[in-house]
Design a protein around this ligand. Structure first.
Ligand SMILES: [Zn+2]
Length: 334
């Protein structure tokens, strides 16, 4: 398959299919609803039902830019210009999917953002054997290793209980789509009273419909946080601290592995839990798919491609950059 990388996205030329394009195109596959992947008003948009629903919340219908949305359930296939497109779970956020493209006797998998370890919310990743893999390598250095979902849930719940017992307010920083809902889910399921910032709360109904209910949550009122855990976007930290209350901050992110994370996030508690693959998961992913040709995109691309080459895999880091940092990276930069 002839793949072209540009600032517009990744183009599968023979099929005129764009993978997570940055601007509107005739036909786009969107791997998940984060704003650096699901963008614009492509004429035909293919994604999982949950991804398309979340996409519509950010890109509402526009009569000037009519669209055809094609929902593809996990493991469901679609014939597309002589190719077979099938999607599989990617574990990253609700609805996230990998795309398998079978064409001309070749199997290509585009992972989108992906993690191998099971997430707190959402379907666990399936390994899809392929010849060529386009792999997101956000955390492709050996320093990045993360907690399992059970370990993360325990850390989140224990920190909240400890703070509440001491009369303090535990505040969890999470980005608006994915992490925020997972933290709220862990707290709600443990019976901890919680208040959720609006940017995170607006996606909670989608998670609840998918079976991840958050009992007893209420909208955040920063003047009334006593006796509750709060889940907020990182930009809210200073506002909470300005209330003069005893606020104790926890930062839940893959970036919590970095030495300077405590300072950057202004957090007392670091919980290294990510919705991306750790380094070991990336290596495992490549080996389990059996891919002999890997295109490494995003993150430590050159370094990770080099590591794969040392293992005898034909790996490249094509010149390609999404126009905005991913939301999780955005958090790290706060
Ligand atoms: Zn993402």
């Amino acid at each position: 398959m002839d793949l072209q990388y540009s600032s517009d996205g990744i183009h599968v030329r023979e099929l005129d299919l764009w993978l997570d394009p940055q601007i509107s195109k005739p036909t786009a596959w969107i791997s998940h609803a984060h704003s650096d992947h699901a963008r614009g008003y492509s004429k035909t948009l293919i994604g999982t039902p949950a991804t398309l629903e979340l996409y519509r919340m950010r890109w509402p219908e526009d009569s000037d830019q009519p669209q055809r949305l094609i929902a593809l359930e996990y493991e469901q296939s679609l014939d597309w210009h002589g190719a077979k497109l099938t999607c599989y779970p990617a574990g990253h956020i609700l609805g996230a999917a990998q795309l398998l493209v079978e064409f001309g006797g070749q199997r290509l998998v585009y992972t989108g953002d992906i993690k191998l370890k099971a997430p707190l919310c959402g379907a666990a990743t399936e390994i899809v054997p392929c010849d060529r893999l386009i792999l997101e390598s956000t955390f492709g250095l050996p320093i990045y290793h993360f907690l399992s979902r059970d370990e993360a849930r325990d850390e989140i719940v224990n920190f909240a209980r400890e703070c509440l017992e001491e009369g303090a307010t535990p505040a969890f920083l999470g980005y608006p789509l994915g992490r925020g809902q997972e933290v709220a889910y862990a707290l709600g399921q443990a019976g901890i009273p919680l208040a959720v910032h609006g940017a995170i709360a607006k996606f909670l109904p989608d998670y609840e419909r998918a079976g991840y209910s958050v009992p007893g949550w209420e909208p955040l009122d920063s003047k009334q946080v006593q006796g509750k855990a709060v889940v907020v976007v990182p930009g809210m930290r200073r506002l909470l601290e300005a209330t003069g209350k005893d606020i104790r901050i926890a930062y839940v992110s893959g970036w919590a592995r970095l030495d300077n994370a405590r300072l950057r996030a202004g957090a007392e508690k670091l919980i290294p839990y990510s919705d991306h693959c750790s380094y070991a998961e990336l290596i495992e992913m490549v080996s389990a798919t059996g891919a002999r040709h890997v295109d490494v995109i995003h993150g430590y691309t050159e370094a990770f491609a080099g590591i794969l080459r040392e293992r005898g895999i034909h790996a490249e880091a094509p010149a390609y950059a999404r126009s905005r940092a991913s939301e999780e990276e955005g958090v790290a930069q706060e």
